[in-house]
Design a protein around this ligand. Sequence first.
Ligand code: CA
Length: 496
Amino acid sequence: MKRMNHRLWCLAVVVFMTSCVPESDSDVSRGANVVRNGGFEQVEAGALPNGWQIVPAYKAKGNAAADETTRHGGQYSLKLTPNSKNSSAAYGVFQMLDVAGLKGKEITISGFVRVEGVSSTPGILLDTGKENWLILPQNTGRKFVSFNKAFSISKSISKAGLLLLVSGTTGNVWFDDVTVGTGEESSAQEDVQIPAAETDNRYVDKINTPGWQDSVYISPDGRELYFAYLPYVQKDFLDLYFGRISEKDVKERGPFRPGSHGKMNFETYKTVRKSGGSWGRPINLNINSTYSLYSVKLSHDGKELYYAIRDYKGNYGGDDIYVSRKLADGKWSKAENMGPNINTKYREDTPCLSADGKTLYFARNKQEMLGWEIMVSHRVNGKWTKAERMGKPINQSRPEKTANYQPFITADGKEFYFTRIQQLYFSRMQSDGSWAEPVKVLPKLPVSGHASVTDDGKYLYFLTAKDKKSLKREHWTIWYSERNKDGSWGEPKVVD
Ligand SMILES: [Ca+2]
């Protein structure tokens, strides 16, 4: 699925959940929570099957109709024919589900699909305020193939809709025997994120995109690159597809993302370096949810992941710092708040653990833009001590007039990188153990931030603006620099 399509799908879903969802339950299926008419039998050929409606995404064109000539058992299938002028426009049908029967359950979506000649990937979305995607094959070779995927549904959902979607300009997709089955009680708890059944069902095609890249981090071994991503909705994009949403709306409510009902959130992706040196497809981390998750950093043993979550109900206030532990299957455990010695009613973010795992650096802000200070906490007998401000010269004497944030300490503990008002600085540890006066790392760049350095000291990854037109934070991209023999950093290069 191309990223553009994903973005449009997102918008389609937002329109769906915010403007189209019936508040009454008169149109929901009952009983065994099986999708009504998922076999598409109670219908006339050429008509839209009963119980299904067109997803009201603006200007997404196509046709949905029962087809008696192409079917998987039964009398009919549902044929979707995308016919939008723009290949990224999503088209599809939906129906509301019985939300009471889904809450806190493990559910399975299954059925059969045949895909021919579409210019983009079809998919099924179970929208419960959280995206539950089932991405389907782009071509099934003129035959029906089965699909089946399980999802854990939170107890706190208030609506649920099932969407069958395809984007593009050409081709046909047939669905048959679409079923939503419920199983045992889910282990999902109230209002916590639910790890996706798979981590690779949502992705972006590239690392640097027209969307918003943030908080990049290179792993200690240089093999994994993490970054926060937000498919920023451009004004021209809105005008093109969703003319009813004004720029004022975007300013007031933020850009749009499904699952958050009008508020868009950062998600963190990971890409792994391939044997040839290029980066693989960025994969959505399983701890992402309906909040902004950003600024991830690994412990050096790779067993812990530290990060920030913005404006989450479980926070002490503002952004808080969380930790997840690596599970046996390679996924990350659910977000665990680091507690009141680290987190407060103020904003805490950009954590960074020392290589020995005993010191945690992060940033705290007590006001709006300025006022960021770098904090430090120590792990003593497995517990984190009450965080204290780092002294000068990393922090400054008038914090309300400046900002120091995004700390990073190198594996040898001798170089300390951080951002001071949109410029990367670094300080070297002196022989007496104190930090030298910080200096700019890349003084030629107009802006820079979020530095991390590989353990071998050879590579620096960071964010910057490619030119003066890109100075707005949402237009920065991910760059790197290679260490020169004299210890300085070489000409910055964009990551592709
Ligand atoms: Ca906080």
